[in-house]
Design a protein around this ligand. Structure first.
Ligand code: UD1
Ligand code: CA
Length: 447
């Protein structure tokens, strides 16, 4: 980008009391990703010269989530203006624009932030540009008190607003682009003289205007600026994000049957000509290659699904599953930390954990890898073109060679050589005429 350098501050120190959670608010997830990480990745796309995240005390997990970007601690959280002031120390010597984003506003897009920066830069007298929105219910959002055109006079927080100000429909979306040269001087003049006793960043507008500078509004859709303060708002953000992700998947050549029933993660990668049936859930870390068909009611997380495979219905692929091209995974099959070779078939009622399954192997119904001995996990190796009969328990560590056959109902505890037959079950005994004799004896009693 050839635009002048700017810095980005993401505020994430608030306790988020309205979430009623022991977890910091910004770590609650939208499409499988902590909401603050959505904001960080949007900021990264704009390539700021510096990116700083403001976190609260004892929020190491938030610092870890935003790393390698630096996190500075605001303790105690005394308002959004105070938070920006805390970040200011990390901006010493920087005089470009400063964009302030909120960690609880995860639906913002890079295009909208770019548009806001342009409004700030268009005329040098503009001290600050603010993203405004017109929600159906302005609720607790700050209200934008405007003058002529796109000029903003001040922002009044809901708690401090007069009845007349509360009827204003234009609200503060929370995102600001501020002339960095004036920023620290304006922040120094903020006071906590308001209903909440906090240093409001929003007061910066009136302070800069008092200096003869201008503030301007750029409007954006409410759906992008939704601030998450409660579980109900989290659910709305999730729905918005899901419809975006579904639309992007379909635009990328994926067929979704009943898209509104399919749930994606922000990092789900679906190649062209993938088909996904209804009620499929993609947790984080899933890559699906070209032409794969995911049939209804599957759950996938942390897996790679190869080209032209058929998965499900009702399959569960857990972290570390790698399904090679053209393999078939059928109903009620659970696979964890297992590489399944090309063309292998695991079609019914099986659990494979910590295993490798060779190319074109056939795993019969009800096959179980007994991977856990109560203390440690062990591996099972199944060779190419091996055939595992139905209802077999493979007690790991154990290996079945290429081309070997395991008889149905076996409990395999020793290695099976390539091309061997292994049968490990009680031998059947038959007694001719026994049943008829037994029934004859019983008829006496039955009378
Ligand atoms: C804020 C705005 C309001 C706007 C709304 C948009 C102020 C004073 N109010 O209100 O005008 O309509 O967002 O969503 O700015 N934070 C800190 N440190 C603090 C306080 C907050 O880092 O001391 C962070 C929070 O973690 C959060 C963000 O700043 O990510 C916004 O704080 P929040 O308390 O949710 O502000 P709102 O009351 O929603
Ligand atoms: Ca908020």
């Amino acid at each position: 980008m050839t635009d002048p350098a700017f810095a980005c501050i993401i505020l994430a120190a608030g306790r988020g009391t309205r979430m009623r959670s022991s977890r910091p608010k910004v770590l609650h997830t939208v499409a499988g990703v902590p909401m603050v990480c959505h904001v960080v990745s949007v900021a990264e796309q704009l390539a700021p010269e510096r990116l700083i995240v403001v976190i609260g005390a004892a929020m190491d997990e938030v610092a870890a989530a935003v790393s390698p970007h630096p996190a500075v601690v605001q303790d105690p959280p005394r308002g959004t203006g105070d938070a920006v002031r805390v970040a200011g120390d990390a901006l010493t010597g920087f005089t470009g624009d400063v964009v302030v984003l909120f960690g609880d506003t995860p639906l913002i897009t890079p295009e909208t932030i770019h548009r806001l920066l342009e409004v700030r830069r268009r005329s040098p007298d503009t001290a600050v540009a603010v993203l405004g929105m017109r929600p159906e219910d302005p609720g607790r959002y700050g209200r934008l008190v405007t003058g002529a055109g796109d000029e903003l006079e001040r922002i009044v927080e809901m708690a401090d607003a007069s009845p007349a100000e509360r009827t204003i429909g234009l609200c503060n979306g929370g995102v600001m682009a501020i002339d960095g040269a004036g920023l620290s001087g304006w922040l120094d003049r903020l006071t906590a003289d308001n209903v909440q006793g906090e240093f409001y960043l929003t007061d910066l507008v009136a302070i800069a205007c008092a200096d003869g500078r201008r503030a301007r509004v750029a409007e954006a859709p409410h759906a992008e600026l939704l601030g998450i303060n409660s579980r109900a708002e989290l659910a709305i953000a999730e729905a918005v994000m899901q419809s975006r992700l579904r639309a992007a998947a379909m635009a990328g050549g994926v067929t979704l049957f009943g898209p509104e029933t399919i749930f994606l993660s922000a990092d789900t990668q679906l190649a062209e000509d993938v088909e996904v049936g209804p009620q499929v859930v993609f947790g984080p870390g899933v890559v699906v290659e070209r032409g794969a068909r995911i049939r209804p009611f599957c759950h996938l997380e942390g897996v790679r699904v190869g080209a032209d495979t058929v998965i499900g219905p009702f399959a569960r692929l857990r972290p570390g599953a790698e399904i090679a091209a053209t393999a078939h995974i059928g109903n009620f099959v659970e696979i964890k930390n297992t590489a399944v070779g090309p063309g292998a078939k695991i079609n019914h009622l099986s659990y494979l954990g910590d295993a490798t399954v060779g190319a074109k192997a056939n795993i019969g119904a009800g096959t179980i890898t007994c991977n856990y001995d109560g203390i440690a996990k062990h591996r099972t190796r199944i060779g190419d073109a091996a055939f595992i009969g139905s209802n077999t328990a493979l007690v790991a560590p154990v290996a079945v060679g290429d081309g070997a056959i395991v008889g149905a109902g076996s409990v395999i505890t020793n290695p099976v050589e390539a091309d061997a037959l292994a049968v490990a079950r009680a031998r059947q005994q038959s007694f001719a005429g026994w049943a008829a004799r037994w029934r004859a004896g019983r008829t006496e009693i039955k009378k």
